[in-house]
Design a protein around this ligand. Structure first.
Ligand SMILES: Cc1cc2nc3c(=O)[nH]c(=O)nc-3n(C[C@H](O)[C@H](O)[C@H](O)COP(=O)(O)O)c2cc1C
Length: 307
């Protein structure tokens, strides 16, 4: 009988059975897609971004389709950390895959308070911090656009938890490597690259923006080449594991990110197109490795050949 390839990867101390993770905001609170497949088969699950208090998000329209991409301005609507812990986590912990909470705040203290709250909770394997949100103490400039602010928020979270801290970087910056090295230097255990890229769309008949918020975040296949480039840059700049995402629709897209050095990948917008995408990527990677006689997925990671 043929031996199946070993797809397991390590993200620091976090052991994943395969490198496929669902991206925050595209997989609800982890159970919405259970009618489609068993989430225990995934490497890990990242839940919708959580804040200290419930957030209603932006007014509609909050989503607009663009060629090859999706614009969203959901405004980080969520049920809040307390309701998540009480109502969602008990169901989620039955899934045999690590659960990673994605958190965001409007001040450094809010991030720290979220970390403190999560620290006491069992069943949460790691914290991913979304630093693409406005810092109200710095005139609304996103935490992730300045190395010092990115480091400050990361350090406060790291100091308030024993769980691994993954920092999810914002792509709208001049040099992403300065942010990546800044968060690594204060104890981030891994980096996710990338969040959505700022964009907008206009309805020429009504002359209105297609999003009530005017501006939104672009995701999906349109951003894949940019995301790959950013992963490539960050992998070269840091020693901690990098998790790649942005426009991954199938196993071949996932392989591109692994080849440029991502230790794992996340599936986002593709979940809206085909809710089974993540599990199909797990199967696709298994078949690819078998076909190519790759016994361990780690033999692919960082295997990009250059001239
Ligand atoms: C509808 C929607 C909601 C999202 N919500 C969050 C969120 O709450 N926190 C976060 O860090 N990223 C959020 N993201 C960003 C995704 O996790 C991901 O970084 C981005 O969409 C790029 O990956 P993709 O092209 O595979 O979707 C959201 C994306 C979409 C499309």
């Amino acid at each position: 009988m043929a031996v199946l390839p070993d797809l397991s990867v390590d993200i620091g101390d976090l052991k994943l059975k395969n490198p496929v993770i669902t991206a925050s905001g595209t997989f609800g609170y982890g159970t919405e897609l259970t009618p489609f497949f068993d989430p225990s088969l995934l490497g890990a699950i990242i839940v919708k971004g959580l804040s200290l208090r419930p957030m209603p998000g932006n007014p509609p329209p909050r989503i607009a389709e663009t060629p090859c991409g999706l614009l969203n301005a959901i405004g980080l609507a969520n049920i809040g950390i307390q309701a998540f812990i009480e109502e969602k986590l008990p169901v989620l912990t039955k899934i045999e895959a690590p659960v990673i909470t994605n958190i965001y705040g409007h001040t450094v203290k809010e991030y720290a308070d979220l970390a403190k709250k999560i620290e006491k909770v069992e069943g949460i394997a790691a914290i991913e911090i979304n630093i693409s949100c406005p810092n109200v103490e710095k005139g609304g400039i996103a935490f992730g656009t300045d190395p010092d602010t990115a480091a400050a928020v990361t350090e406060r979270v790291v100091n308030n938890t024993t769980k691994p801290v993954i920092v999810k970087l914002a792509p709208n910056v001049t040099d992403i490597t300065t942010i990546a090295t800044a968060v690594e230097s204060v104890g981030a255990k891994a980096i996710s690259v990338t969040n959505t890229i700022l964009g907008m769309a206009v309805d020429v008949t009504t002359r209105l923006p297609k999003l009530a918020n005017i501006v939104g975040g672009l995701s999906g296949p349109a951003i894949k080449p940019i995301a790959l480039y950013l992963v490539h840059k960050v992998v070269a700049a840091v020693t901690i594991p990098v998790i790649g995402l942005g426009g991954i629709m199938d196993y071949r897209d996932a392989l591109e990110f692994l080849l440029v050095g991502a230790r794992a990948i996340q599936v986002g917008t593709a979940n809206f197109v085909n809710p089974k995408t993540a599990i199909e990527i797990v199967h696709g990677l298994t078949d690819f490795c078998s076909r190519e006689k790759v016994s361990n997925i780690n033999q692919i990671i960082g295997g990009l050949k250059t001239m």
